[in-house]
Structure formats: structure tokens, C-alpha cells
Design a protein around this ligand. Structure first.
Ligand SMILES: Nc1ncnc2c1ncn2[C@@H]1O[C@H](COP(=O)(O)OP(=O)(O)OP(=O)(O)O)[C@@H](O)[C@H]1O
Length: 885
């Protein structure tokens, strides 16, 4: 193998330099499985042992709190083991002892918490209320929503709501305005591009071109419906005719709505027209008109709307910002921006923190917020007077950055490759860029596959591109398991064609195969190779060896459900938390907020909590019963007695709500109704039960919700609406021997002996939504606003001028990131990687970009395994009757 030995030597040298060249600033590009955390710990220990730094001088910034606690744990353990190995009375021993004492004084944590620290020490210079509070993303969302409502209210009270009316006349509704507000609020550090000069496009161009075409084509549509129905163009023309007859076409918005009917490919079946040749001509004519007239027009319209929408949103965002400051509440972005402003604005503060944290470590640099780069250079810069971070150069050895540009997967959360490349160049000038290429994680067959699959996907080695990371060969040193000692390498697992390529069916088939494989493998059929204290051993596979990764989160619970059927517990991350129990509890909470409202009351009676049939309700009404919490039927018939019992129960709940703090009442209801055991024995019981318990925890952490029923109801509503705000959790979460199932972004930094890239469906090809240019000062944002078109698609309703070219550029970035996501996915496996495929329709398969490299990999033989019999309640509504009894 060419140069493999040389490359290994280079890797070794790089690792030595990390520990030895402590006065050199390094950016370490460490490939997958190369032991990033270990290299950080090695350097920290070296700093302590050589007295270059004390532990209290060290700040290490990690991507998540979990990564921070792992780093902290490993650092502490290394200090302890170094101490145990140090000679009695040696100077190093004293240093290590002191270091251990100082561990609590060091900083190891996320960038946001670090900024919080800086700001708490210097609130006056930061112009902050010293008792400011940090808001997590969920609290921030709620605060932002509240500010939006208040802002609209303020406009109304000040008589400024005519501004809203103006926008409503442009086919914009209140939801669109809020979408613009939410979008602009994401980019407070960016100058959002607005073209104030955009002029209103004249809709006469549509009137004069489209109306006559519609009238003419209508003449060739038969008067009776063709045997096989109207074709697309006919249907659209007939709809347009109805529109023209019934709507006021002097109104521009009606014309716009009509024109949009024609903004799609309209198929024509010639024989359904009265004249085939004319039909062919119409097809071409409408298609041509769409491209040459309609689409340019719609583009100009979206450009015209854009400044109005953004212009409305920006003052609302400013209102939200000033509300945060007045209330002393900082969101994550504020923490970064305020801390950077503080360092930028005060040379003495810069110098103070530069001394205080003289050795800065930054992990996962490829995925952090670009403002972090500014902070980092301001803190470590060698010129005390320079406030422009781009001109700063780190002091020798002051910063140690670790990252892997091949694993940058958070562009949607502001990660930015151009900032990464800028910092890399800067460090090249004043320190060194090192490559760690040796991979300790995967066996050779996986390494070979990864190299083969990604060499052509990344940019040529050593070449800096502003969209894609350069390819670096991965050097695996773990041998494959000996023959018959363990299934290893890469396998595919295909799902056969499903009717209409329905996602639900594809996912279910795949989940069943995956569960069967896990069951088979754990039945002593697959051995796992492990290196323990330098010795290679094997042991039977167990559930904890499996990591199932999905590109999208919708189907995570399905995989958990199928695994459960085969008797395997799982631990999920990133799946949606909206189960029937949560929905039913929310409905009940609404009833208890306003018991006079009969509609939710009826829904609760018929829903999963009480499962009362329409028949029973009918009998109850017939017997003179009133569906109300305030009346009870004296002599109900047998059939309707259940209604009375349910109403009694709800009355009882209402009493608890009046008498107890909200969370106590809520918990009592959950227990009284037996929801936790009921969830536990239902389909996906472990997750549903775990999610209910997590729900109680989430409510407990919100003081207002825990005390007040209305706030609790609102909180439940927010959790239902915003799937991002609470993830489902299994009761097995955190237990060691469970199959882990998660979406790909959650798998950052994780590994497992066996990885399944599952669920070969659900891929969508969504358009770019924004593009941020961070190479100019201040950074400029090109932001579009969209609204849902239907359940699956959205349409852009406002866009900045020149968006087509800009969005193409952004697509390049997005496509490049897709490749990196695949790199992250394939590099999680230690011994065996299984890739699910849906060959019948690659466009919907998120893993299909690997198809070419997978061509010669064997397909997994799925051995049919029986499901485990378990007792379960068949219909959720049964729970109600159980309780009623
Ligand atoms: N020097 C080493 N010798 C032997 N094994 C190591 C060494 N360093 C790390 N490992 C092992 O290699 C595996 C990968 O290490 P780690 O998870 O730290 O890699 P990483 O660089 O964070 O990878 P990724 O970026 O892909 O998440 C782990 O199982 C770890 O225990």
C-alpha cells in the first residue's frame, strides 16, 4: 500500500507535536475515529506537567454538555492515573495534586455557558442587568411568540395596524408575517438584504396574456367529461373559467391566485380534446407562457413583497430584542453576541480574560457558530489594541482547535465553512495545522470502503474549497475479525418495491428487517471483536452493540416499536413526542380551563381517556342527559351510565385543579387514570411511557406551568405544536444494553460495533431558504420567506433580488453537506455497517448517494425470527372502559 507506513508515521509525529510543542498554536484536523478527545486531554495533561499552564488557566469549549462532561471525566481520570504513576516526592506529583484540586476552577463546557461566565463577571461593561437570566431555546421560542403578540397589540393600540392591512393586500397573511419575523429573528447578527426600490409588477401582463389563452383553449374542451376524466390542463382551464366568472378580476390578488393555478407542469391527453392538434398546441403554449411570462412575473412579485415583509418584521425583531434586554433575559445568540461585543469594545476586558483563560481549547470547531471564531481570536489575539478579530493573530500556544471539516453537518444551525477556512489560514500563518488520520474505531474493511466511497466526493487533498472539505485518507489499524469470528464490513439490506412507494410501508418493512436482524444476531449468531488491554477477544453480540440511524426522525418510534415486538428494549433520541396520551391530556387540560366549552368536553369523552361511543352519548341525550359538568342525570340507562361516570370523574379532576398546584393536579390525574401503566402495555410502550414521564419532568421545570393550570395548558399546547421542543424518551433511556435509535445529527461523536443506516425513504429535495455571506463585514443575509403549500410542500412567497443565482450557490453548500452527512453516517461503525436501500425509487432513499460505492457489497441474508408474544391492550379506547370499571 503506497505510503501507508509514511502516513502512519506522520500521524504519530502529529500526535507527538500536540503533546510537545506547547508554545505552538494548532488547528488539528482529526478524522473520524481518530481520538479527538484523547488528543485534547493529552495536551491538557502536558501543559500541567510542564508547568506551562495551571488547570485554572484552561478553558475548553465543547459542542454539547454531554461532550463537556465526557471531557471533564476523562481529564480528571487521566490526572488521577498520572498521579498514581508519579514518583513520590517528585515535582510532577505536586503539580498533578494541585491540578486535581483546581479541576473545579477550570472551564469545560459549551460556548454559550462560557459566554454566560464572561458576562456575569463583567455585566457593567456588557451593559447588562447583573442578574440576567439565560433562556434555553424552548424558553426563547415562547418568549419570542409572546413578544410577537405584544407587538401586534402595540400596533393596534397605537393605531398603526394599517401597516398590516397594507400587507394583507399583497396576499400576505398574519402567519406569513410571523414567519418573516421568526426568520429575521434568527439572524440578528446579520444585515438582511432588502431591495427597497422593488416596484410593484403590473398584473395586466397576466390579464392580457392569460385570459385570452384560457378563453380560446376552453372552446376545445368537450361539453361532457371524457371517459377517463379531464386531463390536467382541461381541469385547470375549467377551474380558471369558474374563477373568471365568479371573482372580481379587477382585483390584482384574484388575478395572482388564478395565475398560480398554471404554475406547474400540466399534462395533456390529446384524445380527450375536441381537436387533437389544437390540444398539442395548447400544451406547448401554456408551457411556454409559464416559462417566459408567469415565472419571471412571480419572481418579480416575490421580490416586490420581500422588502415589505422583511421591513415589517425587522422592527418587530427589534421590539423582541429590546424586550429581552428589559427583562434581562438572554437567548443563546445574545450570549454570544454580548460576550463578543464585550471583548471587542474593551481592550482591558480582553486582556483580563486573555490572561484568565490563557489556554483555550475548542472542540468540534467545524460546527460551531461563526461568532465563536471572533470571540476566540479576540481572547487569544497578540495585539491588545486590535478590536478587529480578522486582524488578530493568536499568541503562541494560546489556542488549540480541533475539528474535522469532513464532519461539518450543522449549516442549518449557522456552521460556516468559510469562517473555518479563514481561521485555518490564520493558524497556518502563526502556528500549525496538523492532520490526525489514524482511525482507532473501525475495522479495515470499513476503512477501505469509506476511503473508496468518499475520495471522489470530497475536494482534492489539500485543496481549500469554500463548499467542500478536502479528502483525507483514513488509516485504519484494526484488523478485520478472523474468518468466521464475526460478521464484519459493509452489507446492504434492500426493501422490495412497495405499492405507490408509500413511505409508511417502506419504513415498516425496513424496521421489521432490522428488528429481525437484531434478534437473529443477538441469538448468539454474531460475534463482536474487542481489543481489551491490547488483546483481541470476541464475545456474542448484544442489543447495546446496535446503533440504528435514520435520516429523518418521523419513523424512529416505528423502529422502536418493531424492536419491542422482538423483545428488544431501545433508547431513542430525536423522535417526536406527540403520542395519543399527550394529545388526550391536552384536550382534558383545555376542558378543565373552561368547563363550559362543550366542544372539547365532547372530544374528551369520545377520546382515548374515556372512549365513550357515539351510541352511549346518543342514549344519554335521549334520556334527557345534558353533556355538561354542571348537571348529572338521575336515572341513566345502563347504556348511558358510562357518560355520567365519566362526567363525575372530570368533575373530580376539576376539583383537584381548583384545590392543588397545577402540576400536582396533573400528576394525580395521570396516576388516577392509570395512564403510565396503560402506555407501558400499549404498542411502543417503552417510549410512550418514558415520554409521559418526561412530560411530567418538563412541566416541573417550568415554574409557571407547575403552579397555574392555564400556564400548564398553554405549555402542553406549545409542546404539541412544536415537535422540536420535546423529544420522545424511552423508559430504557440511558440503560446500557439497549439498541440505540436516533436521527443522524444526534449521532455526532457516537460509535457502535454494528450500525444500520435505516429507513430508505422520506428524502426530499428541498430548496435553499437562505444564504449568509460571512466573508463581508458585517455579514449579509439573503433570506426568503415560505409558507406551506400543502402537508408536504412549501412555497417561497418572498425572496431577495437575484435569489435564483444566490440559491444555486447555497445548493452547492447544501449538496456538499449532504455528502458530509453520509461520511458521518458511515464512519460510526466499528465492525459492521448495514445500509438499507430502496432500489425501486432511489430519489426517495436518503442513502442512495452511496449506491454506486455499494454496488459490490453483499446483501444481508435476513433470517426470519418469530416475534415475542406479549400482552397488550388492543384499542387505546379500551383504557377508558377499564378505568370506568
Ligand atoms: N490512542 C488510542 N489508542 C487506541 N484507541 C483509541 C485511541 N484514541 C481513541 N481510541 C478509541 O478509538 C475510538 C474513537 O475515538 P473517539 O470517539 O475519541 O474519536 P473521535 O475522533 O471523536 O471520532 P469522531 O469524530 O468520528 O466522533 C474510541 O473507541 C476510542 O476509545
Amino acid at each position: 500500500m503506497i505510503n501507508e507506513q509514511v502516513l502512519l508515521q506522520e500521524d504519530l509525529k502529529a500526535r507527538e507535536r500536540i503533546e510537545r510543542n506547547l508554545d505552538t498554536t494548532f488547528l488539528v484536523e482529526a478524522g473520524a475515529g481518530s481520538g479527538k478527545t484523547k488528543s485534547i486531554v493529552d495536551r491538557m495533561i502536558a501543559l500541567v506537567k510542564t508547568e506551562k499552564a495551571e488547570v485554572r488557566d484552561i478553558a475548553a469549549i465543547t459542542f454539547t454538555n454531554k461532550a463537556a462532561s465526557e471531557l471533564m471525566g476523562r481529564f480528571r481520570m487521566r490526572l488521577e492515573s498520572e498521579l498514581a504513576g508519579a514518583e513520590e516526592a517528585s515535582p510532577v506529583r505536586a503539580l498533578l495534586k494541585k491540578a486535581i484540586q483546581q479541576v473545579p476552577e477550570s472551564y469545560i463546557g459549551t460556548i454559550h455557558a462560557f459566554c454566560g461566565r464572561l458576562l456575569r463577571e463583567r455585566p457593567i461593561e456588557a451593559k447588562l442587568d447583573p442578574s440576567f437570566q439565560e433562556m434555553d431555546p424552548q424558553e426563547d421560542r415562547e418568549f419570542r411568540d409572546k413578544c410577537w403578540d405584544d407587538y401586534l397589540e402595540k400596533l393596534r393600540t397605537n393605531g398603526e395596524d394599517s401597516r398590516i392591512d397594507e400587507l394583507l393586500e399583497m396576499e400576505i397573511n398574519i402567519d406569513d408575517l410571523k414567519a418573516a419575523y421568526n426568520r429575521a429573528a434568527q439572524y440578528e447578527d446579520v444585515a438582511i438584504m432588502i431591495d427597497e426600490a422593488a416596484i410593484r409588477p403590473d398584473l395586466d401582463i397576466i390579464r392580457y396574456s392569460l385570459f385570452p389563452m384560457v378563453e380560446e383553449a376552453a372552446l376545445f374542451i368537450p361539453s361532457v367529461v371524457p371517459e377517463k376524466d379531464w386531463d390536467d390542463l382541461q381541469r385547470t382551464i375549467l377551474a380558471a373559467k369558474r374563477y373568471l366568472r365568479s371573482m372580481n378580476m379587477a382585483d390584482d390578488l384574484n388575478v395572482l391566485a388564478l395565475a398560480k393555478l398554471f404554475d406547474r407542469a400540466l399534462n395533456v391527453t390529446q384524445k380527450r380534446w375536441t381537436d387533437k392538434n389544437q390540444a398539442k398546441l395548447f400544451k406547448e403554449q401554456f408551457q411556454d407562457w409559464r416559462i417566459t411570462t408567469l415565472q419571471p412575473f412571480l419572481q418579480r412579485w416575490r421580490e416586490y413583497v420581500h422588502p415589505k415583509l422583511i421591513g415589517f418584521a425587522l422592527p418587530a425583531v427589534e421590539f423582541y430584542r429590546s424586550r429581552r434586554m428589559e427583562a434581562g433575559k438572554l437567548n443563546f445568540q445574545d450570549l454570544l453576541m454580548k460576550a463578543t461585543e464585550l471583548l471587542r469594545g474593551y481592550p482591558e476586558v480582553r486582556a483580563y480574560f486573555g490572561r484568565r483563560y490563557s489556554h483555550l481549547f475548542v472542540d468540534e470547531f467545524q460546527d460551531t457558530d461563526p461568532i465563536q471564531a471572533e470571540m476566540m481570536l479576540l481572547l487569544t489575539g497578540d495585539d491588545p489594541a486590535e478590536s478587529n478579530w480578522r486582524k488578530q493573530q493568536p499568541r503562541p500556544g494560546s489556542v488549540f482547535i480541533v475539528g474535522d471539516p469532513k464532519q461539518s453537518i450543522y449549516r442549518f444551525r449557522r456552521a460556516d465553512i468559510s469562517t473555518y477556512n479563514f481561521v485555518k489560514k490564520r493558524i497556518e500563518q502563526c502556528g500549525g495545522v496538523l492532520q490526525l488520520t489514524r482511525n482507532f474505531r473501525s475495522v479495515k474493511s470499513i476503512g477501505d470502503y469509506v476511503n473508496y466511497a468518499f475520495e471522489s466526493k470530497f475536494s482534492p487533498p489539500g485543496q481549500l474549497s469554500d463548499t467542500q472539505a478536502p479528502y483525507v485518507r483514513m488509516l485504519t489499524t484494526q484488523a478485520n475479525p478472523r474468518e468466521n469470528a464475526g460478521l464484519h464490513g459493509i452489507y446492504t439490506m434492500a426493501v422490495p418495491k412497495q405499492a405507490f412507494d408509500r413511505f409508511d410501508d417502506i419504513a415498516r418493512f425496513d424496521a421489521e428487517q432490522a428488528a429481525q436482524f437484531v434478534a437473529w444476531a443477538c441469538g448468539d449468531k454474531v460475534s463482536i471483536q474487542e481489543v481489551v488491554e491490547g488483546k483481541t477477544t470476541t464475545r456474542p453480540a448484544r442489543p447495546g452493540d446496535f446503533l440504528i440511524l435514520l435520516k429523518r426522525k418521523e419513523y424512529i418510534d416505528l423502529y422502536a416499536e418493531l424492536l419491542e415486538r422482538y423483545g428488544f428494549p431501545s433508547d431513542t433520541a430525536g423522535s417526536l413526542a406527540v403520542f395519543e396520551e399527550t394529545k388526550a391530556l391536552y384536550q382534558l387540560a383545555m376542558v378543565l380551563c373552561d368547563p363550559t366549552d362543550r366542544i372539547p368536553l365532547l372530544a374528551v369523552l369520545r377520546g382515548m381517556l374515556f372512549g365513550i361511543s357515539d351510541d352511549a352519548l346518543y342514549h344519554y341525550r335521549n334520556a334527557g342527559g345534558n353533556i355538561s359538568l354542571y348537571s348529572s342525570l338521575e336515572c341513566a340507562s345502563d347504556k348511558s351510565a358510562v357518560v355520567d361516570q365519566a362526567l363525575d370523574k372530570i368533575r373530580q379532576y376539576a376539583k383537584w385543579v381548583r384545590e392543588l398546584p397545577a402540576l400536582s393536579a396533573f400528576s394525580k390525574i395521570v396516576i388516577d387514570h392509570g395512564l403510565i401503566p396503560a402506555a407501558a402495555v400499549s404498542e411502543s410502550g417503552a417510549i410512550r411511557c418514558g415520554t409521559l414521564m418526561k412530560l411530567l419532568e418538563v412541566l416541573q421545570s417550568d415554574t409557571e406551568a407547575a403552579n397555574e393550570w392555564l400556564a400548564l395548558t398553554k405549555k402542553l399546547g406549545a409542546l404539541m405544536k412544536d415537535a422540536e421542543s420535546m423529544e420522545a424518551a424511552s423508559i430504557f433511556a440511558g440503560k446500557a444494553d439497549t439498541v440505540r435509535i436516533m436521527n443522524l445529527h444526534k449521532a455526532k461523536g457516537l460509535e457502535a460495533p454494528i450500525v444500520i443506516l435505516a429507513c430508505p425513504c422520506g428524502e426530499d429535495d428541498h430548496d435553499a431558504q437562505e444564504h449568509i455571506d460571512r466573508m463581508v463585514e458585517p455579514p449579509v443575509g439573503y433570506v426568503t420567506i415560505s409558507k406551506p403549500k400543502n402537508a408536504y410542500q412549501s412555497e417561497i412567497i418572498a425572496q431577495p433580488a437575484g435569489w435564483n443565482g444566490i440559491s444555486e450557490k447555497e445548493r452547492e453548500y447544501m449538496n456538499a453537506e449532504e455528502e458530509r452527512l453520509l461520511y458521518v453516517a458511515t464512519t460510526r461503525a466499528k465492525q459492521l455497517l448495514i445500509v438499507s436501500q430502496y432500489p425501486s425509487r432511489p430519489a426517495i432513499d436518503p442513502w442512495s448517494k452511496l449506491a454506486v460505492s455499494l454496488q459490490h457489497q453483499p446483501e444481508l441474508d435476513i433470517v426470519v425470527v418469530d416475534q415475542v408474544r406479549r400482552e397488550k391492550i388492543d384499542a387505546p379506547s379500551d383504557i377508558g372502559s377499564h378505568i370506568a370499571e
